[in-house]
Design a protein. Structure first.
Length: 54
């Protein structure tokens, strides 16, 4: 079996071609809203019985 030359298998990408992720900011907005909702829901679970138990 012949060994491949490392220079033949190397891929170089620079600039926009190297970016593989979402860059529009939608993920950050969704994560922020999800975090806020999680905090509110967990706070309601923890503090709800104490506040509404007369």
């Amino acid at each position: 079996m012949a060994e491949s030359d490392p220079s033949e298998t190397r891929v170089r990408s620079e600039g926009p071609e190297a970016r593989a992720g979402e860059t529009s900011g939608h993920v950050r907005i969704v994560l922020g809203i999800s975090l806020t909702l999680a905090i509110l829901i967990l706070s309601a679970i923890v503090w709800g019985p104490a506040l509404f138990n007369h």
